[in-house]
Design a protein around this ligand. Structure first.
Ligand code: NAD
Length: 471
């Protein structure tokens, strides 16, 4: 047990309680309690203050689980959540309002509108890398939409999962619950009938989730990973590209679904890119990266060995970094020049601080061909170019969950645009309004006036030539 009073003890939720929790939340949903708009807002405010009150505990948990620096914990977990709740509270009435449908003159009398109905009792399953944010941002969506919800954080971050439980326990227990545990608990949860599941994690488990959901025809949002490319063309500022790519690679020690996985660069940019990458590392980490203040650690030995295995098997040449310490789960940010695209470093999502690059002589069209071969639908695509035609070419000839031009990661920081993947990197999206939409059923409704029967009568059999002509 830790002696740090800010670290809470993780405990696995007993398996034999899961069905009861599910039944209780389903019952609450059916009672209509969470449909009340004022109730939803109160729960969102409670969540806001629970996060605020537990800031120090969250930072301590993230430090213990991942050695996540406080600035990263604030920027990408705690402040992120607080902003999301505030935006939701500000806009919820507008998002939840009925929409009037555009229609013909005659149908106007039926007052067609789209109402926003909560999906029901939903399940959120999260991963280890942003353990707090990646379950609580979807929870904001579930609460705001009027759903009841079970949150299942990753068992690989026990301290974060314990603080998530403490936070969610401050909400109405009839409506929201945390289940802590691993494969056994998640498997049991997946046996139950949910009205929607949002899963964030790797594609292998994503398939297990989708298969389990299909048994009940439950709709699923899958937030997965993939190999995110960085393209640096001859029209790019290569020094800036190196700095911004390096930042995207080192935060959370590369354990981000949006981290750059490989760089394809024009030969004219190589020297500036490499020099700037090394200079940036020295500027970011004047005391090196084993200094625990500014650089996170790999989540566990299994992932450490997996990442180091990729590095050991590469046929490329390490041009910067390469050092590691298994006991400390530390891997130095490492730049590798590839001689071929048939390399261990391109065989799977790296999810660690290794950055392979490959020099492409055929310009942007050849880079795009390589992207298609290496993974047609990454979660993010990054292209560095100052040429508008090149940007158009990238947009028109590639697919990805999202795109940042001349930066990495940052399109996902804009709250008002949806976040999600496409194809192998997932389906569905959330964030801000999209989180509300993710757990909302757009339910159309009309009211047919009885006095319209004269006009509506033409639809009834027997069908005459005159009636057919009217349609
Ligand atoms: P993880 O190992 O923590 O697993 C994610 C969740 O799946 C956990 O809650 C875990 O308990 C559950 N799980 C694991 N095995 C299971 C099984 N056999 N059956 C049922 N549930 C099971 O995290 P991870 O999957 O390794 O996370 C990293 C991956 O997540 C990367 O591929 C990354 O790209 C992706 N990711 C995607 C996003 C996104 O928003 N698209 C965000 C973060 C991470």
């Amino acid at each position: 047990m830790s002696s740090n009073p800010l670290l809470l003890q993780f405990s696995t939720t007993p398996l034999d309680t899961l069905e009861g929790t599910h039944a209780r939340l389903t019952q609450t949903f059916l009672s209509g309690k969470t449909r009340d708009m004022e109730f939803r807002k109160v729960q969102l405010r409670k969540l806001y203050y629970a996060i605020l009150d537990n800031r120090a505990y969250i930072y301590a948990a993230l430090k213990a689980d991942l050695n996540k620096p406080d600035l990263e914990a604030s920027m990408a977990e705690v402040s992120w959540l607080e902003k999301d709740i505030m935006t939701t509270l500000k806009n919820l009435d507008k998002w939840a309002a009925d929409e009037t449908a555009e229609t013909d003159f005659m149908y106007k009398f039926m007052k067609p509108r789209i109402t926003k109905n909560p999906m029901g009792t939903v399940l959120i399953i999260g991963p280890f890398n942003y353990p707090v944010q990646l379950v609580l941002v979807p929870l904001i969506g579930a609460i705001s939409a009027g759903c009841t919800c079970v949150v299942k954080p990753s068992e690989m971050t026990p301290y974060s999962s314990a603080i998530i439980k403490r936070i969610v326990d401050q909400l109405d227990p009839e409506c929201y619950a945390v289940v802590n545990g691993g494969v056994e608990e998640t498997t049991k949860l997946l046996d139950l009938k949910w009205d929607k599941i949002l899963y964030t994690g790797n594609g292998t488990v994503g398939r297990i989730v989708a298969k389990a959901a299909s048994k009940h025809l439950t709709p699923v949002i899958l937030e997965l990973g993939g190999l995110n490319p960085v393209l640096i063309t001859s029209k790019a500022d290569a020094k800036l590209a190196a700095k911004r790519t390096a930042w995207g690679k080192v935060i959370n020690c590369g354990q981000i679904c949006l981290a750059p996985d490989y760089v394809l660069l024009d030969p004219s940019t190589e020297t500036a890119f490499v020099e700037s990458f090394i200079k940036t590392m020295n500027e970011f980490f004047p005391n090196g990266t084993q200094d625990r203040d500014n650089y996170a650690r790999i989540i566990n030995e299994r992932h450490f060995d997996r990442i180091m295995g990729l590095l050991e098997r590469t046929k490329g040449q390490v041009v910067f970094g390469g050092k590691s310490d298994r006991a400390d789960k530390w891997i130095e940010p490492t730049l590798v020049k590839l001689e071929s695209l048939d390399d261990s470093l391109l065989s799977e999502e790296i999810f660690g601080p290794l950055l392979p690059y490959y020099v492409v002589h055929g310009g942007l069209p050849e880079m795009i061909q390589h992207v298609r071969t290496l993974g047609d639908c990454p979660l993010a695509l990054y292209a560095f170019t100052n040429d508008e035609k090149e940007k158009q070419l990238v947009m028109n000839s590639t697919r990805s969950g999202g795109v940042s031009f001349n930066d990495t990661i940052f399109h996902a920081a804009i709250q008002s645009i949806p976040f999600g993947g496409v194809g192998e990197s997932g389906n569905g999206c959330y964030r801000g309004r999209s989180s509300f939409d993710a757990f909302t059923h757009r339910r159309p409704v009309i009211t047919q006036p009885s006095w319209l029967e004269g006009m509506m009568g033409t639809r009834y059999p027997p069908y005459s030539e005159a009636k057919i002509k009217r349609y």
